[in-house]
Every structure is written in C-alpha cells, then in structure tokens.
Design a protein around this ligand. Sequence first.
Ligand SMILES: Cc1cc2nc3c(=O)[nH]c(=O)nc-3n(C[C@H](O)[C@H](O)[C@H](O)COP(=O)(O)OP(=O)(O)OC[C@H]3O[C@@H](n4cnc5c(N)ncnc54)[C@H](O)[C@@H]3O)c2cc1C
Length: 472
Amino acid sequence: MGVTRRGPLPAGGAAAYDVVVVGAGVVGSAIARALARHPLRVALVDAADDVGDGTSKANTAILHTGFDAVPGTLEARLVREGHRLLDAYARETGIPVEPLGALLVAWDEQQRAALPRLAHKAERNGHRTTRLLSAPELALREPHLGAGALAALEVPGESVICPWTTTLAYATQAVRSGVDLHLNCRVEEVRPGDPYHRLVTRRGVLGARHLVNACGLHADGFDALLGRADFTVTPRRGQLVVFDKFARDLVRHILLPVPGPLGKGVLVSPTVYGNVMLGPTAEDLDDKTATGTTAEGLAGLREQGGRILPALLDEEVTAVYAGLRAATGQEDYRIAAHPALRYVTVGGIRSTGLTASLAIADHVLGLLADCGLDPGPERPLAPVRMPNLGEGFPRPYRDAGLIARDAEFGAIVCHCERVTRGEIRAAFTSTIPPAGPDGLRRRTRARGGRCQGHFCGAELRALSEEYGEGTR
Ligand SMILES: Cc1cc2nc3c(=O)[nH]c(=O)nc-3n(C[C@H](O)[C@H](O)[C@H](O)COP(=O)(O)OP(=O)(O)OC[C@H]3O[C@@H](n4cnc5c(N)ncnc54)[C@H](O)[C@@H]3O)c2cc1C
C-alpha cells in the first residue's frame, strides 16, 4: 500500500495492523522505522498532508550531546544515546550534519561562576571533553563576538543537522521496509477493543492491536481519547530569525547562552544550509496553533543577537519562523506504557526530540513488548540514501559527473539556493513525494533562500504540475 494521502482507507483485513503509530513527526517516524525491522503490520498516520509538518519542521536543528540535561532523567539518557545513534545514522544515510562544537558564553560574573558547575554537570552526563576558555582564547575562536564576553565552556560534539531530511529519512526507510503511511488522516476517536482498537479517522477506520501516541503538542488530547489524563501540554513558542548566507563567516561554533529557568536560551548558530540562525524565544502560550512570529519577539531576539554578535544585525534576514515545544511542567519526557490498553504514550518531547528520536524509538519498542507485543525476529531495513541539502557536502549543481549523466542536475531553478530541475524531479518521484511547495522546500531547499520563491515560484509551480504534485 505504501503512502496514501486521499480517499477512503482500505477496508477489512488491509486496515488491521499489529501497531499503529499516530503522529509522523521525527519521533513517530523513528518509531515506525524501528518497528519496520520486524515482521509486523505497521501503519504510521498523521493529520497533516506530509511527514514532519508539526514541531519537527521548526526547531533550532542542533544535534545535542545532552551535556546540560538533568542527570539521571530519561531525557538525559535518551539524548546521550540518541546523539550517538543519529550521528552515525546521518553519516550512513546522507543527512547533513556538521560537528561544529558549541561555546557556552558567559556575559557576566554570575554566568562565569556557573561554567565550572556546567562542566561538572556535563561530566555527570558522561561528557568529559568540555573545557573552560578564557576571554582571550574565546576571542581567538570567535573574533566577531560582542564586547563583554568573559569566558566560555567549550562543548565538543554539539552539531548542526538538517531536521527535515532526518524525519523524511526515517519515514522513507519505514515505508520502503513495509510500513503503510496514511496522511491527511487525523485520528478523531479511539474505540478500545480486543484484539483490535478501532481508530476512527477522517478517512475511515483502522484496526490496531497496539497503539503508539506520538502526537507531539496533541499527545494530551490523544491520551484523553483513551480516557487518560496524566499530563497537560502547554505550548512553549520559540521564534527564530534566519540570516542570509553572507552572515555565515561571522560565526564558527554554536554560540549558546548559559541556560536559565526557561530553558536553553537564545543561541546564534550556523545552519547546515549555510545561513546563521538566531533564537529561539521561550513563550508559554495556551494556543497550540500559535506558530506565528511577533514584532515583539523578533525585536527581543535582535537585541540579544546584537549583544552576542553585533555584526549580525547588519546582515539581511532571509526568513523568520516559530515552533512550539510540547512542555508539560516536568523537566523530563512523559513516556509511559499502559499494558491494559496495549498503548504507549510518547509525550512531553520538548526541546530535544530531534536528537533523541532514534533512542526514543528503541525505548518505545521495549515498552510495546511490556504491553504484550511480540515483535518477532529482526531483519535488515531497506537501505536509504537521502539527497544532500547541506552546504558542507557536494550538491548536485557542483557535481560534474552527475550533470554529465543527467543534464537536469545542471539546470538551476532556484538560484538563491541553487536547486536544480533534477532535484525537483527526484523529490516528486521519491518514496514520499511532497504534497505542496513547503514539502518541496523541505526536500530540496527550493524557495528557501533570500527571494523566498519570488523568482522561481512560477517555474516550480509548472514543474510541480509536470511531475505530478501530491498524486499519490
Ligand atoms: C523552537 C524549538 C527549537 C528546538 N530545537 C531543537 C534542537 O535544536 N534539537 C533537538 O533535538 N530538538 C529541538 N526541538 C525539539 C524538537 O523539535 C521536538 O522535540 C520534536 O520535533 C518533537 O517531535 P514529535 O514527533 O514528538 O512532534 P511533532 O513533530 O509535532 O509531530 C507530531 C505529529 O502528530 C500529528 N498529530 C497530532 N494529533 C494527531 C491525531 N489526532 N491524529 C493524527 N496525527 C496527529 C501532528 O500532525 C504532527 O505531525 C526544538 C523545538 C522547538 C519548538
């Protein structure tokens, strides 16, 4: 069956699954991929028309080491493990990742005094390679840093990664290994039953022996469909500013602030696409759809960014966006097995879910076994090699051999991001083709540059029609 986006779901036995994973963000997709290693009938379903269309598309894109996690928590363990797993997986599948390392910069005496404590915390989290840097050492590392930086803690291993390719790689590998992906498929009601729960969706009914809730911001609402009320998700908005590629030479590391009570604070970081990012804010809201940016939020970011890297403010802004963290009032994930319901909740995956995704998936497989799932023997997954979106690795427009074999990889459509016709065609003929312009951007970077599609929009629309936008 593969990927479905419209029309009624298959009826009868075809819609009866051993496991249904609800939510195709980075977490649900990683879980579906882990399940695909076993001879199980698995479905991954999402309310949206694409994978990774929730919080997973709008974050800071750092592959964290977990140096600053609360030691002893589940999150600390899964972030540490997830970092190792995703770093290896990225290299294997072509997800762009750059191990730039982070500098945690102290701007006042109180922050400077906190650095040795943070180094100790990092050690308790298994990271023994951090190092304190004096102000002159720091200035050598980051010559454009603002005045008043007193010292820093260097954290090797902190990396930047492409979040879009990550979710897409997991989901692609899951589908190629036999998982059915049903999109535009919001689960609106769950009728618990034995041996199958019945999931009433907008496109029909699915049967699930076992159920995984990977609904992100809506994990509490989904829990309620099964009569549970273990936590409430409060969206914590993070607004971000993306600066143009000319800013890239201003910064060499991920520049982190000393963390405060509201989280990791505002950072300045290169991106794998060759831009510089500033953010995120941390605003507790009660609206789970409030992904807009605000003049106040952006002004606050500019003020803080100007202190960290003054020259940044002279650079042009390419885009602004916001994502919502699934905060639950607890400094840890809310992952729980409910054996009587044959159900696992994967909630509260706040600000580290991209990093921890592969480790969360392994953990959830263990919990499903506690709920009575016998996964059967392991088998190899179908291989995947993702198109490279990273500036630090060869891209098609620079690959003379590829262009000689297929001239479409030499025909640039999006000139800001240097995306070729060949890449657009490849996206539309891939395992999970895009459903619209935003999905195409997350697969190719087309329309993601300084003109935001002003110049290439018409040609991209024509190519979408030619290659069959969302035909599956
Ligand atoms: C500003 C910001 C910065 C961040 N920075 C980082 C970072 O640098 N590094 C890092 O590791 N993490 C970071 N994170 C955290 C990371 O982005 C999240 O932890 C992760 O994306 C959560 O993924 P998820 O799959 O749980 O949720 P989501 O991506 O939100 O996926 C949940 C999916 O469930 C679907 N869904 C919900 N209800 C239903 C239903 N009833 N039926 C069907 N489908 C449903 C939704 O459509 C959605 O697609 C950041 C987050 C934010 C907001």
